[in-house]
Design a protein around this ligand. Structure first.
Ligand SMILES: Cc1ncc(COP(=O)(O)O)c(C=O)c1O
Length: 396
């Protein structure tokens, strides 16, 4: 059953998405749509006297426009764009030194786990994965060397919700240590959740998902209010070279203009699908933060302005039934990724989360019966009819 009311969205989000960073006056032509500046180098007036741009990796006018708009949407001061969501995470991890320790919520995107388990360890960064919905286990895991707490909320694919404010307050108790609280906000976008308002220091995005929303750009970003984190990430953006192309920046900037409209429709469609699935006899349980049955539903209502199109459910049956269901879908596309206008469905245990160690997957509940949906913007009746016929096919 659909649960309670989310936080009311304050006025101004859609206006910022359309106007922040976009002023026509910044261009000599007064063009209303920001240009795509593809030039990799910029003429200088005299040696080392330039007009704000020298070389495309260290700065680009189209990228600046996007970064300004991204910062505004999270009510942040600084936005830094990267070549992918994992690029933004790589830069975040690169702020740490050998011997530093990080705490990570256990049910993160498989690629984030892989980056930390397989790469960060090689650089001497220690990590522990734990259930961050349990604040006591986060508290117990803090060491003198802890420098970063990284949480994803809602988590992927189990939709567990972490109380961001509790984690941020806990980190502040260790102020002298300067623990950074970073939230991967990819699943909700700043339209539905703004972690900086809740005390987080850093917000990370795979812009590939809702922010671009059209499944045609891979990009990431980090947003912060902290000048020191900003200068470190700005240095790393240039030093590591994890930069997006100006053309892709243009695409994402354009997509942000419809972010609020898209998110409202994703939200309506996903709760309708969740309500439908919850009543279906071949469905064991539905994981959707907007449902009353969601274990952290009260935290959801306290910290978010709504929920996106991401949800999961357990089908009655195992690998065979899941495969039959996924192969029978006609409107939902069987594919990885999420957050685009099109509806997608996938089996995390053998697709997006195959790189999570098998025992860890089982402990978390990522079984062969768990199906993840990214509910898109199609007509809701068509989506429900599609699920209906695929659930029928799964039982034959
Ligand atoms: C929550 C989350 N964070 C980060 C990433 C990585 O982003 P990208 O694919 O843009 O590198 C993903 C990708 O699926 C994701 O789902």
């Amino acid at each position: 059953m659909e649960g309670g009311k989310f936080k009311p969205q304050p006025q101004g989000f859609a206006t910022k998405a359309i106007h922040s960073g976009q002023s026509a006056e910044q261009w000599s032509s007064h063009c209303v749509v920001p240009p795509i500046v593809m030039s990799t180098t910029f003429k200088q007036d005299a040696p080392s006297e330039h007009r704000g741009f020298e070389y495309g990796r260290s700065g680009n006018p189209t990228r600046n426009v996007l970064e300004t708009c991204l910062a505004a949407l999270d009510n942040g001061k600084y936005g830094i764009a990267f070549a992918s969501g994992l690029g933004a995470l790589t830069a975040t991890l690169s702020m740490m030194n050998a011997g530093d320790h990080m705490i990570v919520s256990d049910d993160v995107y498989g690629g984030t786990g892989r980056l930390i388990r397989n790469l960060a360890h090689r650089f001497g960064i220690e990590s522990v994965f734990l259930d961050a919905t349990d604040i006591n286990s986060v508290r117990k895991a803090i060491k003198k060397t802890t420098k970063l707490i990284l949480v994803e909320t809602p988590t992927n694919p189990l939709m567990k919700v972490v109380d961001i404010q509790l984690v941020a307050d806990l980190a502040k108790e260790y102020k002298a240590q300067g623990i950074i609280v970073a939230v991967d906000n990819t699943f909700l976008s700043p339209y539905f959740q703004r972690p900086l308002e809740l005390g987080a220091d850093l917000v990370i995005y795979s812009l590939t998902k809702y922010m671009n929303g059209h499944s045609d750009v891979i990009m990431g970003a980090a947003i912060t209010n902290c000048a020191d984190i900003h200068s470190q990430l700005r240095f790393l953006q240039n030093a590591t070279g994890i930069v997006p192309s100006p053309f892709d920046c243009y695409q994402v900037n354009r997509s942000l203009k419809t972010l609020s409209l898209r998110m409202q429709q994703h939200s309506k469609n996903s709760i309708a699908v969740a309500n439908y699935l919850e009543k279906h006899p071949f469905v064991k349980s539905v994981l959707h933060p907007g449902l009353e049955s969601h274990p952290q539903h009260q935290i959801v209502l306290k910290q978010t302005y709504g929920h996106s199109g991401i949800m999961s459910f357990y089908i009655k049956g195992g690998l065979e039934e899941s495969k039959k269901f996924l192969k029978a879908l006609k409107v939902f596309i069987l594919a990885e990724s999420l957050g685009g206008y099109e509806s997608l469905a996938e089996l995390p245990s053998i697709m997006t989360h195959a790189s999570v160690p098998a025992d860890e997957r089982l402990r978390l509940g990522i079984t062969d019966s768990l199906i993840r949906l990214s509910v898109g913007l199609e007509d809701i009746e068509d989506l429900i009819q599609d699920l209906e016929q695929a659930l029928k096919a799964a039982q034959i």
